[in-house]
Design a protein around this ligand. Structure first.
Ligand SMILES: [Zn+2]
Length: 298
């Protein structure tokens, strides 16, 4: 299938007029009605924020939530931004980089929700420690982290150094971006997938047959309400299992347990999908470097 590089062609294929699209995103394509993205992320903040008095105030009075995800064509930054605004938060759209300045703004604006990749949250903690700033004394009480694999040990480290409760999120650009699933603040064990917008299945990646809840396999997602660019049984390549066990938070959406691996060779770096062959394609463009297949001379 040929790649589609212009919005007119994309819109024609999808059966809509280009001017009807509200927004164009990288990979996720056309966003005909962007309310799904903001609604899903708004729900994500609800699940993660818990009952912290500071965050309740954040909702009522529109205090600051800080978004450290890059914007541009990437669905992450704008998704988190619009979802937080929909919840009633004031957003500090600072993106990544200039970490010392970020520590200063966390302090100055009294942000109560920190949203970024877990590895960048660790970077913020390290820079703050070098600056002599104790982030545990700041109002930040909730960390919404995702876009890359991380462990429970890293969660404990982040919670101790930042003085917050850290929850994991799951999403992918091909579906809507962030807001597909999120841990709740109660159990922090498995991510509630929003089943009124998405159908989740786990399949055997070899036989392609659906597996019962609790068995590990490849996660497959069908969008139920997405407009302009719906996905039917999209193979994520992520290996996980689904849980139907009741959750102490009271939510009935089934949980997607931690991603334990992939059934291809892709790795995720700061939320960006990277394939080893792409790295090789760049490296071989430099003089003196060539591709080395098995059997080549060293
Ligand atoms: Zn829960």
């Amino acid at each position: 299938m040929r790649a589609i590089h212009d919005s007119e062609t994309a819109a024609r294929v999808l059966g809509i007029r280009a001017h009807q699209a509200r927004r164009l995103h990288h990979i996720g394509g056309l966003c005909f009605d962007c309310r799904l993205l903001s609604r899903a992320v708004q729900r994500l903040y609800h699940a993660g924020r818990g009952r912290f008095p500071a965050l309740d105030r954040a909702r009522r009075h529109g205090r600051a939530g800080r978004n450290g995800i890059d914007r541009g064509l990437f669905t992450g930054g704008l998704g988190f931004h619009t979802g937080a605004e929909r919840l009633g938060c004031t957003v500090v759209p600072i993106s990544g980089g200039a970490t010392e300045r970020q520590v200063t703004l966390l302090n100055d604006f009294g942000a109560q929700i920190l949203c970024c990749t877990p590895s960048y949250a660790l970077n913020i903690a390290e820079i703050a420690e070098q600056m002599g700033a104790d982030l545990r004394r700041l109002p930040v009480r909730c960390g919404v982290f995702g876009a890359e694999p991380w462990s429970d040990a890293m969660r404990r480290d982040l919670e101790m150094r930042l003085g917050l409760k850290a929850v994991d999120i799951y999403g992918l650009s091909e579906i809507i971006g962030p807001g597909v699933a999120c841990e709740c603040h109660v159990e922090q064990h498995g991510l509630h997938g929003w089943e009124d917008h998405f159908l989740f299945e786990v399949i055997d990646p070899h036989s392609l047959q659906p597996l019962p809840a609790g068995e590990a396999g490849e996660l497959v997602i069908t969008t139920l309400t997405k407009q302009a660019m719906p996905m039917i049984r999209y193979r994520t390549r992520d290996i996980t299992r689904l849980s139907d066990e009741p959750c102490a938070c009271g939510r009935t959406h089934r949980r997607i347990m931690r991603i334990t691996g992939r059934d291809d060779d892709m790795v995720i770096v700061r939320g960006v999908n990277v394939y080893p062959l792409q790295v090789e394609a760049v490296l071989v463009g430099f003089p003196g470097i060539r591709s080395r297949d098995r059997g080549d001379d060293p």
